[in-house]
Design a binder for this molecule. Sequence first.
Ligand code: T1G
Length: 715
Amino acid sequence: MRLHKQRLEGKLMNQAQTVTYAVEDGVALIAVNNPPVNALAAGVREGIMECVMRANADAEVDAIVLLGEGKNFIAGADIRRLGSVRPVSTRKSAATLEASDKPVVAAMHGYALGGGLEHALACHYRIASPDARLGLPEVKLGIIPAGGGTQRLTRIAGPAASLDVILSGRHVGAEEAQRLGIVDAIVDGTDLRTAAIRFARGVASRRPLPRARDSAQGIELTEAEATALDAARKSITKKSRHLKAPAYALECVEAALTRPFDEGVALEEARFAELESSEESKALRYAFFAEREAAKIPGAESTGKAPRIRSAAVIGAGTMGSGIAMSYADAGIPVKVLEVTREALDRGMLRIRDTYAVRVKRGSLSQGEMDARLALIEGVQSYEAIADCDAVVEAVFERIDIKQEIFGRLDAVMKPGALLLTNSSAIDIDIMANATSRPQDVAGAHFFAPANVMKLCEVVRGSKTAPETVANAMKMARDMGKVCAVAGSCDGFAANRSRVPMMTEMMLMLEEGATPEQIDKVMVDFGYPMGPFAVNDISGLDVSYEGRKRRAAANPEYRKLHVPDRLVEMGRKGQKTGAGWYAYHDGDRTPHPDDVVKQVIAQVAAEFGIPQRTFTDEEILHRLLFASVNEACKILEEGKAYRVSDIDVMWLYGFGFPRHRGGLMYWADTVGAQAVWQQVTEWHERYGKRWQPGRLLGEIAAAGGALREAKGASL
Ligand code: T1G
């Protein structure tokens, strides 16, 4: 038996010193060290290749381990560098690992994503710690794996699993990865590095080396695999018709089944090259960074260090309150739901139970998971019962006097330092804050309906809210799995306020001759999963009715929206009443155009003498979205949002804006700020005050600049 002496060496001389080489017990350890996530930045691929070659030339090395330093294995290519020239591709460095004459073991912990997992798939063996999260999330960035991932994963895990992983972009846990054959062993109890060396020693003399590229193609598909491929094809045609990446990913997986490895890789390379420079991918990459940027609070750099909420309370068990409570429970955070009357509490708890039961029935939640989540939700009837909670979210209906009273009571009972949050969607945060003796601890946490589904949480800062309170609220929302952006306090805050003009224009266009189905079709063709009228039928036409009445009473210049008002007064409140903008037959959720709506529209037009005309699709799209772009510019110039990209995050996660368009403001830039301003100015002349162009929009247009370069304000 040969003597294995322990030999540690310093960092290898790769440019960025992001890959280190060491030999221990006859095993070469190639470690990627590029914080925070070990992305494959400049020099990393080169470093890996140099180390593999060095280990192969090193007579004292029998086997090789590839691992990541810090919290992760490798989180994939450096997204910021996509679209620019890379001296060495992931394809090449992965191929070098696979070609090694000495066995290479990938030892994964934390995230092994994209090019990171592709490097691992090219290794001869893969082990993982229980916390490892594996995935190929490229389609979420509008690209496909480019390092042989489509070819190797399909050969290793079969086409059904491979398609699921690639098309969903989801993270696969270690256990599932082992079940799928992606991981050979899970290492529990020992440290991964030691276990990897032991594993590598165990396979050091085994030959031939298992190389994914050598696995046979042209395999006969099982019935289940054929069905999975078929389902993927159908789903792509239906759900991803605006996107290229999913269809290309499917094409590459199919190629892995029928073509030699090198041909499959060449196809993957060609498709990736096209996608990398596509508008769809640029927009999706922008959205990735916009989301992360929105989590940063200027002046409160310690956001990441905010404590985790251990217990929460929700006041009000209505639709919003129960949705928020479920969001806590879904994240494993114990939550108390407070309703003073037994009846209201029972109704809320039943709603929660029913919502989970529907998920169990659909198969997206197991009975065990439902029980575990319900066990985290406790109904209570007194304020004293919630006094100890770290955070409380008030979610009762929008009446100032009631909210003031609630915040007074919270102030009296809640422990010092508790986060006092309101889910109000419009009322000034200062009104609630001033009802307490600790306004610095009060902020808005504005969730979007249905709160257990929609990912946005708009954190609203009142004039006295402390930066730490904002940071803590953001941390809480992130721990709940939400995406956050900060807004300043004003009517509607930033998200809804920027959307109201779009809602107004869609109603007013009806009076001028457009139909709900025509407008819905334009927005679906643009990329929304559903048109705004169909969505309004789900949320209920009555939701904004009272608000409009209030605004009309307060402001004589308020432009009334006669069509929705009349529909509500006729009892047409949407799906829940079987009719709204559309008719619904026998509880069916399919919207059918309805002559009654057309008659109401015609009556309003005739009564007010509104001339009728036809609309092009482009006019509809522009009229809806430019109205909101203009309002968003006003929100920014008033300092009610930090950044242009925060508005995009709100639209993506609060309103289902098509992600491949980047967001409202990103999209507006693709049209051009100047063109937007020009049109807004024209409509200002035609329709009057509500189209008054914002100062910021005018300035950017005059300078020939882009909206997304506009400097954000400090709230
Ligand atoms: N490139 C550049 N920066 C990245 C990055 C990446 N791949 N991943 C994360 N960051 C930055 C991020 O912007 C943030 O920066 C910080 O790291 C922490 O991230 C060849 C072509 C790994 C699950 O799509 O999904 O491989 O804001 O706040 O919540 O086929 O980051 O602090 O300045 O998100 O703990 C495929 C993307 C690339 C993974 C960690 N890989 N990353 O989440 O932290 S394409 C991905 C994530 C590719 C190959 C192809 C998440 C995470 P800052 P974070 P987190």
